[in-house]
Design a protein around this ligand. Structure first.
Ligand code: NCD
Ligand code: ZN
Length: 345
């Protein structure tokens, strides 16, 4: 049996939700990761240092006892039209807060407090550049006239390119990358520009989402793209280029909402994120590129030390459960019911 010993991974983009949900999501994350970057799109959103630290305490209370000393949630603050330079300063000097997240208003789940016009926050981006607080971007325009499959591309051309030029010292992560255009954007810059890539955008294209019936558990934003775009993401992830690293965008929604007439966006990986990434790298015959992608490059980009402890992955079947208990409902993970070739040692 093949054994892989790799440095313990981190997840650089995760949604843990809040309150009772944390009992499930934090446990699933802590089983696999040392560090996670926690998205701030709670209700209400995490908009400043005070709410971030309160949220952090709730998360920490929910870490299972055997992971208490090793699991570290890194918080983010949610940019709004009313974010102040003081908010940025406080976040930048707090080691528990790693970045600020830009959601264009209306782009995705819980983005109603998001930024309405990017020009309104240029002074905030300037402060982030000055104080060294990275910008995490949900890179989609929300204009109803822009096709849902083009929203990332239009965002890059109309909004992100100008930000990149105006704030060259601002670290920018284009989250959950979905297009070849996005890959090329990142490759265009040698400094301060990176992207996370999810397991599902590597493993699916829009045929998987739409052919033979719509699959609600494959619906997320940015929406899964076509096969040429998927191929560009695959090439980037297995290239060994440190500008591309893991961020699962694991985003739980209860089963009854997902399997409804208006399915919310978000795919849940739960405790299987590392195994699913491993399955992907194995399918590509690139297992030698797995460790750097999930355990090194993100830490390097954020100037954090690499983890020193190891995990063992074994080439042995795992059956992904049909669902997990979540709130008073169930949650269906990505690839529910499927047998994959990897398990934890
Ligand atoms: C995320 C969520 O549910 O919070 N949904 C998603 O489809 N990815 C929000 C986000 O990251 O866009
Ligand atoms: Zn997300």
């Amino acid at each position: 049996m093949l054994n892989l010993n790799i440095t313990r991974p981190d997840d650089w983009h995760i949604h843990l939700r809040q309150d009772a949900a944390l009992a499930t999501t934090v446990s699933h994350a802590a089983q696999q990761f040392n560090r996670v970057i926690v998205m701030p799109n709670c209700t209400p959103p995490i908009i400043d240092q005070e709410s971030a630290l309160k949220y952090r305490n709730h998360i920490i209370t929910n870490i299972p006892s055997n992971y208490k000393t090793q699991f570290e949630p890194l918080l983010t603050i949610y940019l709004t039209d009313n974010t102040t330079i003081e908010n940025i300063k406080h976040a930048a000097f707090d080691k528990n807060i790693i970045a600020a997240k830009l959601y264009p208003k209306g782009a995705t789940t819980n983005s109603n407090s998001g930024v309405t016009n990017i020009l309104k926050i240029y002074n905030i981006l300037e402060a982030m550049e000055k104080f060294g607080l990275p910008l995490l971007v949900h890179g989609e325009v929300t204009d109803r006239n822009v096709d849902v499959f083009d929203r990332e591309t239009v965002f890059i051309d109309k909004i992100l390119t100008d930000i990149r030029i105006k704030f060259p010292n601002l670290k920018i992560t284009l989250e959950h990358l979905t297009t070849k255009h996005g890959v090329d954007f990142v490759l265009n810059y040698n400094h301060n520009t990176a992207a996370t890539i999810t397991p599902h955008h590597l493993l699916l294209n829009r045929n998987d989402l739409l052919v033979d019936g719509f699959k609600p558990h494959y619906y997320c934003l940015p929406i899964i793209k076509d096969s040429p775009n998927q191929q560009a993401l695959i090439n980037a992830a297995v290239s060994g280029d440190p500008r591309f690293f893991a961020g699962s965008d694991s985003a739980p929604h209860v089963r009854s909402n997902k399997e409804s007439a208006c399915c919310p966006a978000g795919i849940y990986h739960g405790p299987n994120t590392v195994l699913v990434y491993t399955e992907f790298f194995d399918m590509q015959n690139k297992l030698d590129k797995l460790e750097a992608f999930i355990s090194f490059y993100g830490a390097d980009f954020y100037n954090l030390p690499r983890n020193t402890d190891k995990i063992t992955l074994i080439k042995n079947n795992t059956v992904i459960p049909d669902n997990y208990n979540y709130l008073d409902n169930a949650i269906v993970p990505f690839w529910a019911g499927r047998t994959i070739n990897w398990s934890f040692g």
